[in-house]
Design a protein. Sequence first.
Length: 442
Amino acid sequence: MKRTMVLKTVAVLGAASLALAACSSDVVEDTTSAAEEVVDDVEDAADDVADDVTGDDECVSAALVLGSMLPATGDLAFLGPPEFAGVEMALEEIDAAGGVLGSPVTYIEGDSGDTTTDIASQTVDSQLAQGVNAIIGAASSGVSLTVIDKITTNGVVQFSPANTAPNLTTYEDNGLYFRNAPSDVLQGAVLAGKAIDAGIENMATIARQDPYGEGLAAAVVKDFTAAGGNITSALLYDPAAPSFEAEVAEIVAGAPEAVVVVGFDESTKLIQEMIKQGAGPDKIQLYLVDGNASTTAFAEFPAGTMDGTVATFPAGSVDVTSFNDRMLAFDPSLTDFLYGPQSFDATMLIALAAHQAGCADGTSIAANLISVAGDGGEECTTYADCVALIDAGTAIDYMGVNGGSDFNAYGDLLEGTISINEYTSNTEFEEIGSLTAIVPEP
């Protein structure tokens, strides 16, 4: 996936109007005052989480047992390879530096499947029985919501590198759920702003009927209409439906200038139906999102079909091109890289939290995640350097391959980055802009 920085954009979030404009600085000016207001609260948030999840019991887990629950199968399977690679690359670095609390990490790999199967629940049951302290996953917000209670009520950390559904922010999780992908309230604002900036006045949205699809589509509609745009239709669909003929016909009848498709691998079939009804990417501006921004899904389309399609997805605050090259060297079969950096950083943060706690149980890890991710400490980038600082009694601020991962009191990112990309062929897209902003809270 070629990533070329062309411009930075500025968004006005939650206002009556929302616009994106090019700027040359590396920061987003509109977020400065908001950042100053929330950074002072991070120490209190860390203390609150520690109070919620720790007690007076002695440590019962001196060695870290880490599970993964990522999509080896199902409708997000294209995201599985980079996510698994990210976890494994981090574990390689951790163990090479002496492991966690003097022991190598025990890693139990697991499949999440999707919401049409019971694979995630089976994976969690198996991993809980094997004594995991933390589970990385799921990628799908809908899948996470099927197992989050089972994980967190057992005192185990659930850390997703890819969940973006807004309703996970305030979910009752005993202080044990974290994610390092920003809520879709941010991606929705960026996508809506990009459409407004492109002169789109009438737009349709069509989204899979699950927490991810509903949440992201609602965010797009809210910000697009707040900026003066008109939504011609806002449809939800069953991702297992045999045909999308009726839904596409309704979109076409509204004569939109653009269509936002929020889905997973079924998006390929939906876009094929759009082409069939004369509403393909060559006729109407198409916007995709992180769930369907793939370099492989549209390979069999006629050449040039996807040219000009715009895709948004969470990214890092730093250029991850070199890390993607490392991932490709680690796994030469990779074709997509989305959420690989987040998976790497999630693994590192869990290990560093356990080391700082002096204990690898889930509650101890959760109590230290906010601190090691960024609480006014000294910046460090490698596991060995971060551990050395912790051992010296120095507070740390882990700066990962994806940039900083400071958390708020909900276990969400304080600040997120959304990458804006344009397809140059059916299998390639390039970054044409990005936005970094404070992630709005409920």
